[in-house]
Design a binder for this molecule. Structure first.
Ligand code: 9MR
Length: 335
């Protein structure tokens, strides 16, 4: 069961973040509670001090530096310097590493998006990219888990028309998964998307895809639920939907959790956000094959939200000054 070690102190909010052990219950099959991070953030020593506590974060994910534009900016020239910085940090801290990602329609180099390829050429490009990436991180001391591919669907459950789908149809998914498995038979392969957290057309499409992949013998180990939520709008079907996913014979993970609000934040919004974080973490806790939870960075200082949604933010459990918010307590309550 989870350990909670409280240190009595006058500096409660500061030390709360440093004294509480956020360790999900291993007896319930939980492997980690973790966070995304990004290379430019690693010069912030106060941030890195929190990030590196493996009693707080048992896992980290590179938010950007293992993506295609970072790892193969020029065709055939694979570079892992930035990704390795995150991997080495995880290993040094004794944290699990979750890979992110092999194939996504965003953050692609222009040679991919503007190239004209035959099916055979694009198949070979995908195999080389994912095979080399996953092969590079194979057999390290701690397990590596990869999200392959990310966001294959539109919100209505149809496949997104990106360069891969346009040339290869949905076969690009099995091509990628097979290449990933060949490169590292022991890594866990996930398909990762947003707006599949509650039941609906997109969640159904994900289930149909996983069913069809499994029936063809294509390796797929898990479904990643991103969980980029809005305060007060966590889907009521989250837990039952996770159960429906795991009933297909795969595990699930919460891969990119944050809960944004329209700024400025208020006491009421922060209280609702605490309940929302607690609801999400509880859903994973209660789902037998939900193996872990990853925050999409832990602090508002480095959240992607304000840059993507004008007027919104305050989505993380730690504030701009690296102090925990009520949302952090929601996580602790749930675990
Ligand atoms: O956090 C990432 C941010 O720094 C990038 O600018 C952005 C580019 O789209 O990608 C963010 O991460 C995304 C993740 O890779 C996939 N799911 C959605 C995340 C938020 O956009």
């Amino acid at each position: 069961m989870m350990r909670l070690t409280f240190v009595s102190t006058l500096f409660a909010s500061f030390l709360l973040a440093h004294a509480v052990v956020v360790e999900p219950p291993k007896s319930l099959g939980k492997l980690y509670f973790g966070t995304a991070t990004d290379n430019p953030e690693l010069t912030d020593t106060a941030y890195v001090a929190i990030l590196s506590q493996n009693t707080m974060f048992g896992q980290i994910t590179a938010a950007n530096s293992m993506k295609w534009d970072a790892t193969e900016p020029e065709q055939g020239v694979l570079t892992f310097t930035q990704g390795d910085q995150i991997a080495n940090l995880a290993h040094g801290n004794g944290q699990l590493l979750r890979g992110h990602n092999c194939v996504w329609h965003q953050q692609l180099p222009s040679w991919v998006t503007s190239g004209t390829f035959t099916s055979a050429q694009l198949t070979s490009i995908l195999q080389k990219h994912c095979g080399t990436l996953i092969g590079h991180y194979k057999g390290q001391i701690l397990p590596v888990v990869h999200s392959v591919p990310v966001e294959p669907f539109n919100d209505d459950g149809t496949f997104g028309a990106d360069v891969f789908f346009n040339v290869l149809g949905q076969n690009y998914i099995s091509i990628t998964l097979n290449a990933a498995k060949a490169a590292d038979p022991n890594t866990k392969l996930y398909i990762n998307d947003f707006n599949i957290e509650g039941s609906g057309a997109k969640a159904t499409a994900m289930m149909n895809l996983v069913r069809s992949l499994k029936s063809q013998g294509t390796p797929v180990d898990g479904i990643g639920l991103q969980c980029h939520f809005i305060v007060g709008e966590v889907p009521t079907t989250l837990q039952s939907n996770m159960a429906a996913f795991t009933a297909l014979g795969v595990e699930v993970a919460i891969t990119e959790l944050d809960v944004r609000m329209t700024l400025p934040s208020t006491t009421a919004l922060l209280a609702q956000q605490e309940r929302d974080y607690q609801t999400v973490v509880t859903a994973c806790r209660n789902t037998a094959r939900c193996v872990g939870i990853t925050l999409w960075d832990f602090t508002d200082k480095f959240s992607w939200v304000p840059g993507a949604f004008s007027g919104q933010g305050a989505a993380c459990p730690w504030d701009q000054n690296l102090v925990t918010k009520p949302a952090f307590q929601g996580i602790v309550n749930a675990l």
